[in-house]
Design a binder for this molecule. Sequence first.
Ligand code: FEO
Length: 135
Amino acid sequence: MSLIQWNDSFSVNIVKIDQEHKKLFEMINDLTDAMKEGKGKDVLGDILDRLISYTASHFQTEEDYFQQVKYPDTDAHKKEHAAFVQKVTEFKDDFDTGRATVSVNILQFLSKWLQNHIKGTDQKYSDFLNKNGIK
Ligand code: FEO
């Protein structure tokens, strides 16, 4: 059973972004599986690195679209992205130095943040971007 499962209620009606969100779900599930299987720190660290890097690239995809269409809520949206990157980067630092491990708590935080952000913040741009030709 996956920690986080995609369904159409997460769609923002933009193909590239839906694909990226699906990939992020997959990566959180991969991290969950690796933790449950008792994988070592190197494996977990690699998955975390890929998740952080893919998240940054995904945020950039959205922010490039915002710039392209002059999305009015850009600043507030970017602040949410920056706060998340900071939090996950702090966690990775703690993980690297042995102050934190990949736990159910951190996985639930990642999973909940992503679901709430997609449904609460990302879906707000859907109509505006669609109206400006991004689908
Ligand atoms: Fe899909 Fe605003 O992150």
